[in-house]
Design a protein around this ligand. Structure first.
Ligand SMILES: Nc1nc2c(ncn2[C@@H]2O[C@H](COP(=O)(O)OP(=O)(O)OP(=O)(O)O)[C@@H](O)[C@H]2O)c(=O)[nH]1
Ligand SMILES: [Mg+2]
Length: 467
């Protein structure tokens, strides 16, 4: 992207803010100095009220007209919000017209023809950020709310928009600034000397902040899953009931289930909500040595998907002997977070449970019968527990969900660790203060105070038009 694309422009922008498709209403949003003036050209209010008398934060009923032909385009309600207490901190006008694909587009065209420019994706929110109404992490929360997959994930995003993360980072920032000025003071007045007390105090402060940052980093594993979903793959030898499990969790007959081993030949991916956790679940071709070409490709793909999964559900058959194939699957899942399901406990036992336990190691084994609906609740509880395990905090605490934030927190931590090393070796304080300055910089990148322009552009390009 060119530099001048980033530059804040004060022209008036417009876009359709509602989703495309049929709906009761559609909204065209306009932001900028000329918002009201443009509305004046294309809107005739009921009883012909003057546009100059339009009171902020009120709604008006009337018609959008084509300014060239003066013909009526649609019956609408318009709202006007005067700067600075608006989404973008600029004058904002919203035209509520009839929904559907045609009307909103026609009105947007008229608005553009009357002097607005089509907004880029996320440009309204970008203006909110550039005008200082929200910081960068809050702007990023806006897109997380729009994309949230479950209630839990939207709650976290709303918390972030409200400033939970910004507040926490603000406190850390103040502490770091305090340390910097402490250091500056002792450099400016060298005759007073740098005593051991300064070193001890600085080390204590750094160590405290490091542990706070660590806690935020720890929360990011749970946070990432709540934001992006838990990639879960069901693996097992043919005919153990993998597709039956997928269907049972989805509560619909999505995958074909038969008593013929090798029924599932390709990957089936579905989306589930388990106790508020978004789960991308993948049913796979049963793993076995096979001469069948199609099945072999399926098995290869299974292994590939398997590698990128967060969690494996390993399935075994209670009614069949433990075989070399089961062993292979345990072998494959060694390095993966796994839950072991022993299915078909409604049938007579032929599996050697001692062997299963031996291979399972510390992974939990759950007895299930998909046929009789036994064990599924326990599986859901286990998944929930795994996701929240290691969660350090209650729900009200800050949860880091964004990879960009996590990476910057890691860098911030590394800078402080380096500062502590410097303090321990009694390096001159102006050297130590360089590390503390770096830490401040990384924290500032999260909130947007010190962030580079191309990073900002990349973030807003992910947005949808009209937000
Ligand atoms: N008795 C009993 N049969 C079950 C149970 N779960 C699944 N089955 C049966 O086991 C057979 C195989 O089930 P699938 O779900 O197709 O097994 P799969 O692991 O997907 O098999 P492939 O796709 O061939 O790898 C079907 O006939 C199911 O009805 C169970 O809990 N008890
Ligand atoms: Mg199957």
């Amino acid at each position: 992207m060119k530099d001048d694309d980033f530059m804040y422009s004060d022209d008036t922008i417009a876009a359709i803010s509602t989703a495309p498709g049929e709906g009761g209403i559609g909204i065209v949003r306009i932001s900028g100095d000329k918002a009201l003036e443009i509305l004046g050209k294309i809107f005739v209010s009921y009883k012909n009220k003057k546009i100059e008398d339009f009171k902020t934060y009120t709604l008006r009923y009337g018609h959008i007209i084509n300014p060239d032909t003066k013909s009526v385009v649609d019956e609408v309600l318009v709202s006007y919000m005067k700067s600075p207490h608006t989404y973008t901190r600029e004058d904002v006008v919203e035209i509520n017209c009839h929904g559907g694909n045609v009307m909103v587009k026609r009105i947007l065209e008229i608005v553009i023809a009357s002097g607005a420019r089509l907004a880029q994706p996320g440009e309204f929110t970008k203006r909110a950020f550039l005008n200082g109404r929200i910081d960068l992490s809050q702007a990023e929360a806006v897109i997380d709310i729009i994309r949230a997959k479950t209630k839990e994930s939207s709650n976290i995003a709303v918390g972030q928009l409200e400033g939970s993360l910004s507040k926490k980072l603000g406190i850390i920032r103040d502490e770091l600034l305090g340390m910097m000025s402490h250091i500056e003071a002792s450099i400016d007045f060298p005759e007073e000397g740098v005593d051991d007390v300064s070193y001890t105090e600085l080390e204590e402060s750094c160590t405290k902040i490091i542990s706070e940052i660590e806690e935020m980093i720890r929360s990011s594993e749970t946070g990432k899953i709540l934001r992006e979903g838990l990639n879960t793959v069901i693996v097992g030898k043919p005919n153990v009931g993998k597709s039956s499990l997928l269907n049972a969790l989805l509560e619909e007959n999505r995958a074909i289930v038969t008593d013929v081993p090798g029924t599932t030949r390709d990957i089936i991916e579905e989306y589930l909500n388990i106790k508020g956790i978004p789960v991308n679940i993948i049913d796979t071709a049963g793993i076995r040595e096979t001469d069948d070409k199609v099945e072999r490709i399926g098995v290869e793909r299974t292994k590939k998907y398997y590698d990128s999964a967060d969690l494996a559900i390993l399935m075994l058959d209670f009614s069949q002997p433990f075989t070399h194939e089961d062993e292979m699957i345990f072998e494959l899942s060694k390095s993966k977070k796994s839950i072991i399901l022993v299915n078909k406990i409604d049938l007579a036992q032929r599996i050697d449970m001692e062997k299963v336990k031996k291979y399972a190691g510390s992974n939990e084994i759950i007895d299930v019968s998909i046929k009789n609906g036994i064990g599924l609740d326990k599986l859901k509880d286990k998944i929930y527990e795994l996701v929240y395990r290691g969660e350090v905090s209650g729900k009200s605490e800050v949860m880091v969900t964004n990879i960009r934030h996590k990476d910057l927190l890691k860098k911030a931590k590394a800078s402080l660790v380096s500062a502590v090393d410097g303090i321990k070796s009694k390096l001159p304080l102006d050297i130590v203060s360089i590390d503390i300055g770096d830490c401040l910089e990384h924290i500032g990148e999260i909130t947007g105070e010190t962030v580079r322009e191309d990073v900002i552009d990349r973030i807003f390009r992910e947005f949808c038009i009209g937000k």
